[in-house]
Write a protein that binds this ligand. Structure first.
Ligand SMILES: Nc1ncnc2c1ncn2[C@@H]1O[C@H](COP(=O)(O)OP(=O)(O)OP(=O)(O)O)[C@@H](O)[C@H]1O
Length: 330
């Protein structure tokens, strides 16, 4: 069994997944996944393509049945197919699902009706949600011409119009630029506070992982760590040296052999983790003649580095479709 690093801080969970397993034609997409979501937190499921995030999302959203596993909501054991679970949830899918021919207000009203909300209560919630996402003055516009960021915010409002306890999102900011990403998250955090929400989302963006309260790191369908982004980053003691070289593989091999460093090639650059990174820079420059190294950069570890250390795989890489790669023991 791989070592699973889980924070020991306690708080009564709102939602608990236990032993979730889902296979596709003999291939295990999610493998005995257990995790707890605390009330009011934003928990991110982090992992590269193929890690099992969307499968987990789809089981929780009621779109896929699991091969094994159960869920507890406020301690009450439920089958994952129990409709009462879905009534507690607002769901945002990876692909947008607004009706382009309807106005923003009409899209929200439709969402309210689908959850059985009508009359004055529905109208109140629609107006409140439009205001909360900063689009109160755009409510009568058809959404077909809206930017990706505005559409995503409206999806957020629609998912919350029936006042769910849990918001479930599958890669909610995929394709959004930096500005739209920041705006979406500012609204999400405000809504979390004003609506008393608990949020579970999937992501493979390191910048998105950074703004979650806690992260469940998935690799090849298994949980490999669960903690705050800060605690995960602090597990990497040192600095990261990133070297641009014309022959990165050959340089990494030499750094391992000649200097005894744990050098690897990540996205075409040679990367070394070192406790005193600044002291290593002159050693590298002296050890290799001009021409072998184009540039050397020193930085603090990011969540992408933590992910690489935990799994031996880059966050941007796909999980191989054959057997899962052997996991590195720490
Ligand atoms: N409907 C399906 N049929 C067959 N295999 C599937 C199906 N859905 C997912 N898989 C496989 O299950 C594994 C996990 O996929 P999943 O989509 O859950 O990963 P992910 O982490 O969400 O990746 P992505 O970010 O690309 O969505 C992958 O190997 C994938 O090919």
């Amino acid at each position: 069994m791989p070592e699973v690093l889980v924070s020991t801080a306690t708080s009564q969970p709102l939602l608990q997944l236990e032993g979730l397993t889902r296979r596709f034609k003999g291939r295990t997409a999610v493998d005995g996944l257990s995790l707890s979501v605390r009330p009011g937190e934003i928990l991110g499921l982090l992992g590269p393509n193929g890690a099992g995030k969307s499968t987990t999302f789809q089981v929780l959203a009621g779109l896929l049945s699991p091969d094994a596993g159960l869920v507890r909501f406020e301690g009450r054991e439920l089958s994952l197919s129990d409709p009462s679970l879905r009534r507690q949830m607002g769901i945002i899918f990876q692909r947008g699902s607004l009706d382009d021919l309807l106005t923003a207000r009409e899209n929200l009203m439709l969402g309210a009706r689908l959850y059985g909300l009508g009359g004055e209560r529905a109208r109140e919630r629609v107006e409140a949600m439009l205001a909360l996402i900063g689009l109160a003055d755009r409510g009568d516009e058809r959404v077909g011409t809206w930017s990706g960021g505005m559409r995503r915010r409206l999806e957020l409002a629609r998912a919350l119009v029936h006042q769910p306890r849990v918001l479930l999102m599958d890669e909610p900011t995929q394709g959004l630029d930096e500005g739209a990403f920041r705006t979406f998250w500012a609204h999400l955090k405000r809504l979390r506070d004003s609506e008393g929400l608990t949020v579970l989302l999937t992501t493979h963006r390191a910048d998105e992982a950074d703004v979650c309260d806690r992260l469940a790191v998935l690799d090849a369908g298994r949980l490999v760590a669960c903690d705050t982004p800060q605690a995960l980053a602090s597990r990497m003691g040192g600095d990261i040296l990133s070297v641009d070289a014309s022959e990165p593989e050959a340089l990494a091999a030499e750094l391992r052999e000649r200097l005894g460093l744990d050098a690897k090639v990540v996205e075409g650059r040679v990367q070394v983790e070192a406790p005193q990174g600044h002291a290593l820079v002159p050693r590298l420059v002296e050890a290799f003649p001009a021409g072998r190294l184009n540039s050397v950069a020193l930085r603090r570890p990011t969540l992408a580095d933590v992910f690489l250390q935990l799994t031996g795989r880059a966050l941007g890489a796909d999980v191989p479709t054959a057997e899962p790669a052997p996991r590195r023991r720490r």
